[in-house]
Ligand binder design. Structure first.
Ligand SMILES: Nc1ncnc2c1ncn2[C@@H]1O[C@H](COP(=O)(O)OP(=O)(O)OP(=O)(O)O)[C@@H](O)[C@H]1O
Length: 527
């Protein structure tokens, strides 16, 4: 029998393999669709220095068929009306194919949700949007033509925007399973809020429950800037692609200095010498073998400055501490942002937060909160590099002796390219440089915890010591009273009482006991 060959569109590919984008079953699909929409909303707000107000509503609209209506609304930058159909109806269409840290990166998320949606019910996706300063609010209803990977527009209209609204609201109908996704959806929203305390979230679930997470601060992290590629991240195809896109036919030396970061005149000349290419040669005339030599020289050259961290946007130690305190009410909290590092030409920064004791529920393993580019990662915990590192930490070395540890470890990796293991963005691959940074970050913040625990222990020991003195006070007071009254028996009780009170007073001061009740308790116990 002969093989039958055919070609399929990217839309068809993801329709056939929805699990690759996280849409593997109705429970996971409801969670994943919500995630994709919330992440788009956050990218449309905080990346543009707008304090996010995000509204999420899930309704069950067909009990028999388990069809849910999911709406996510934001106050973001909105979407220009001419790109809406492609943004929601053409797989691999995105505004995020630039070198800048955003939650989105594949140009797939919301389309994967639309594809899944139209597989099990027939309502189109509904979009309402108004870009900043737009005089009109636009409405669309559309589906994806799976064979052509194109939007099919069912409705398009607009109304006057007389209230100055800007932002986007997306409504999707899909086969879901609320009962089996409920815990994870709540966890996702909570963990998203932990790293975005400058956002407010309103959530109404299909059972009618409403949660509101209020904005804790108006301090918004500095947004990421778009940067040029770093020479370490280059390959032959990328070079070809960049050259093809150039309007002017640069000389190769100028091309290197103008289109890449960290390349000045001297460096460009050195690279071209290594690649044996004439610096005046026009880029469009470069042959394949020359491009290969140029790529190799760019990879081998050792003196580039590391990739610029300007494209990254960290959360910041103070916001992490604020959120951990607010969420867990711990007795100790610390956080830090490590210095920028790079892997394969991509800059990255690791942030770590730790919370201990107080109201934290003790568990055998610490509670690990994993984040990548401000997205909480909920599924596939055990296959993630963050988990791998946390698992290897010997907490006893940091003063945590308990079998059941009241401990939360939060790790945030931000990068212009997070090495996710799949398009569903649930776990980070073990890249050596990243693994090492996470380890160093956890160790550094844990040393602060160790210091806190050891000081606390010292204080407790000192306290215990003082408390044992209490036991001896009546005895000492009696002996001193006998001594001070020259054995005049009738005076002894009074003097003994005076000495005793004085001594108790001294210990009380030393112990720093402010609460009279607590002090009495010690006394009773000690006596
Ligand atoms: N709420 C929104 N506000 C503004 N723009 C949006 C919104 N939702 C989607 N977009 C636009 O639509 C594009 C496509 O979104 P989509 O979720 O498919 O991919 P992405 O976010 O770019 O990447 P990823 O697949 O990694 O999530 C986005 O790049 C963005 O430009």
């Amino acid at each position: 029998m002969s093989e039958k060959f055919a070609s399929i569109s990217p839309a068809e590919f993801f329709k056939r393999n929805p699990e690759l984008a996280g849409f593997s079953n109705p429970a996971r699909a409801l969670y994943q669709a919500l995630r994709e929409m919330v992440e788009n909303s956050l990218d449309a707000t905080d990346v543009h220095e707008i304090l996010p107000s995000i509204k999420i509503i899930i309704d069950l609209i067909d009990q028999d068929k388990q069809i849910y209506k999911l709406t996510v609304e934001d106050n973001g930058i909105g979407i220009p009306p001419h790109v809406v159909p492609d943004a929601f109806g053409r797989v691999l269409y995105s505004s995020k194919y630039v070198i800048r840290q955003t939650r989105g990166m594949y140009g797939l998320g919301v389309k994967a949700a639309v594809l899944y949606s139209q597989m099990y019910q027939d309502r189109p996706v509904e979009i309402m949007t108004s870009p900043i300063n737009s005089k009109r609010i636009y409405f669309f209803k559309l589906k994806i033509d799976v064979t052509k990977n194109e939007p099919i527009i069912y409705e398009r209209s607009s109304i006057l925007n007389d209230k100055g609204f800007h932002g986007t609201s997306v409504t999707l109908y899909l086969l879901g399973d609320w009962q089996r996704s409920k815990a994870r959806i709540y966890e996702y929203i909570k963990r998203t809020y932990i790293v975005a305390p400058y956002a407010e979230f309103f959530f109404k679930d299909p059972e009618g429950n409403v949660v509101y997470y209020k904005r804790l601060t108006t301090k918004i992290p500095e947004p990421p800037k778009e940067v040029k590629p770093h020479p370490y991240g280059v390959d032959i195809e990328l070079l070809k692609n960049m050259i093809a896109k150039q309007k002017n036919d640069y000389e190769v030396k100028d091309f290197l200095t103008k289109e890449f970061q960290s390349v000045g005149d001297v460096t460009a000349l050195k690279i071209l010498e290594m690649a044996k290419i004439n610096p005046d040669k026009k880029i469009k005339s470069l042959k394949d073998d020359e491009l290969a030599r140029l790529t190799e020289a760019m990879k081998k050259f050792e003196d580039f400055r590391p990739p610029s961290p300007d494209a990254l946007s960290v959360i910041g130690a103070d916001l992490i501490e604020l959120s951990l305190k607010n969420m867990f009410n711990p007795e100790f909290v610390a956080a830090l942002t490590r210095k920028p590092k790079a892997y394969q030409g991509h800059p990255f920064i690791v942030e770590v937060g730790i919370a201990y004791g107080g109201a934290i529920q003790p568990m055998e393993e610490p509670l690990v909160l994993r984040y990548a580019n401000k997205i909480p990662l909920i599924y596939d915990e055990k296959s993630d590099v963050i988990w791998k590192v946390v698992e290897e930490i010997d907490w006893k070395r940091y003063g945590i002796e308990e079998e059941q540890k009241p401990l939360v470890v939060m790790v945030h990796l931000c990068s212009t390219k997070v090495p996710y293991k799949s398009a569903g963005k649930e776990s980070i691959a073990d890249v050596e440089e990243i693994e090492k940074e996470i380890k160093n970050g956890i160790m550094e913040v844990s040393r602060k915890l160790r210091l806190y625990i050891s000081e606390k222990k010292k204080e407790e020991e000192a306290r215990k010591k003082m408390l044992t003195y209490l036991k001896y006070i009546p005895e000492i007071a009696r002996s001193l009273a006998v001594f001070a009254t020259d054995d005049k028996k009738e005076l002894i009780p009074k003097v003994q009482d005076e000495i005793q009170s004085k001594l108790f007073e001294i210990v009380k001061k030393k112990l720093d006991v402010k609460d009279e009740e607590e002090y009495k308790m010690y006394r009773v116990e000690a006596l």
